[in-house]
Design a protein around this ligand. Sequence first.
Ligand SMILES: Cc1cc2nc3c(=O)[nH]c(=O)nc-3n(C[C@H](O)[C@H](O)[C@H](O)COP(=O)(O)OP(=O)(O)OC[C@H]3O[C@@H](n4cnc5c(N)ncnc54)[C@H](O)[C@@H]3O)c2cc1C
Length: 487
Amino acid sequence: MPGRTAKPHVFNVQSSLSKRNTSVIKRVFRYNSNIIYPCTLTSTPSDNGSERSKLFPGLQLLTMPNSKNILISGAGIAGPALAFLLTRCGHKCTIVERASQFRNAGQQIDISGNGLKVVKLMGLYHQAKEISCGESGLRFVNAKNETQAEFKAEDSDDKFTFVKDIEIMRGALADLLKNVTEHDTEYIFGNYITALREQDSCISVSFNEGLDRDFDLVVAADGLGSKTRGLVFNKDEVKYNSLNQCFALMSIPYEKQDGTWARWLAAPGRRCVFLRPRPNEGVTGAYLAFIGPDSGKIGRASAEEQKIEFARRFKDVDWEVPRILRELKSDRMVNFYAQEVAQVNTTNWVKGRVVLLGDAGYCPSPITGQGTSLAFIGAYILAGCITSMPNDLPSALLQYEKQLRPFVEKLQKLPPGGPKILNPETTWGIRILWTCLYSASVLQGFGARVLQYIIEPLSAIFGSKELVLPTYPSLEPALVKEDSAKS
Ligand SMILES: Cc1cc2nc3c(=O)[nH]c(=O)nc-3n(C[C@H](O)[C@H](O)[C@H](O)COP(=O)(O)OP(=O)(O)OC[C@H]3O[C@@H](n4cnc5c(N)ncnc54)[C@H](O)[C@@H]3O)c2cc1C
């Protein structure tokens, strides 16, 4: 390992440290005591004003001889997860986020399979579990609220369930990642990359605001519609595959009948309504989705236009829908987010010193339920490859793509019909769906396999098992031990 025999650098630390920031110092000691890399704390002018610079005046970044200076575009899930892993291995990460602050909108997202393994290895499992939503399971209901099929929440990947071990609010997850990265990652909000120029030994980056800066690597983790990807990849290299579905998410006040089970109503005309209760917070997450050729147009419209369009399309649906539409039209409406359901396929994920990560490179679409798990898996494999070969970034990036792509391609394969299979056109189609779901719910193991075959998009949990997560000794400083990660 580079620098293994070199003497650790000596550094001075301010004596008055808060508990939280003492961990930064502890980690520095851990690196030194393990003699993984000789390291030192250095200062950079760009860090002025950060919390760390207030605490350690003159002492800033953990660096090592092979330390890389990495720019990540997008402070969603994948970007901060990558920064978490890389900074703990001595690299310097800067995250530029277009929004003026962390975006904590969104509803429940699940983390399962290998994504969950990565969360455990990062030592975040217990914190994530603490803030997970804890639903009892999912009930498919008719317009009279009568249950047609139900699936209990399961904490094992061996049992089929629609409600995973960790169903966490996206905003809470974003906050958790912020809390564990903000002390050693430089965040720039309200800004974005406008140009990238490859140089011999670096890549020069221009921003919408501020001076140009040089980095060793740029990671595009800016989501489905990634602009950074658009700066580097030609249109014919990126396939944006619309699944002709648009969904809207919002929070509405919790009512007693919401109970603790998530409830799903399929409505004729390929529409569905999904309620996810969070009684402790006094809110219920409401989802509306429809399939139609104009889903892309509505997905790109303004929030106000989207609200009008969803209200128009669901006005004839009964059950809890009048209540949802009342909230949709009211000024109280918070946490509204709508998006087209789409997949992204790029011919390659690497171009020079730019690499794609998460939805920006390979969005599997929300109907697979795997976007966030994939964000964690992608961050883990990319960090593993970079830390294994910090002085040969081209090979590291190719390895990342080689190791992850077969898994992503498998996951992105949807059966003919895609989301249509769970959103029938007619009432007869809905009855057939209920019969299949009911049979699957009572048949247990066999039922799960039948269900997997019938509605593969939502059973992607099975696919995630096929990737054997590689291990990277170079990532050790960032991970907890395998044994403690299991619990
Ligand atoms: C506000 C929000 C709410 C969401 N809610 C849900 C949900 O309820 N259910 C669900 O299944 N999925 C949701 N998603 C998508 C989900 O987070 C991702 O599919 C998954 O976690 C993969 O994460 P990602 O980091 O690759 O992408 P994302 O989580 O989409 O993060 C991308 C980040 O990049 C930022 N960004 C965009 N353009 C630029 C730019 N040009 N420069 C810099 N930054 C940029 C965005 O503001 C965002 O913070 C949501 C995404 C967002 C942004």
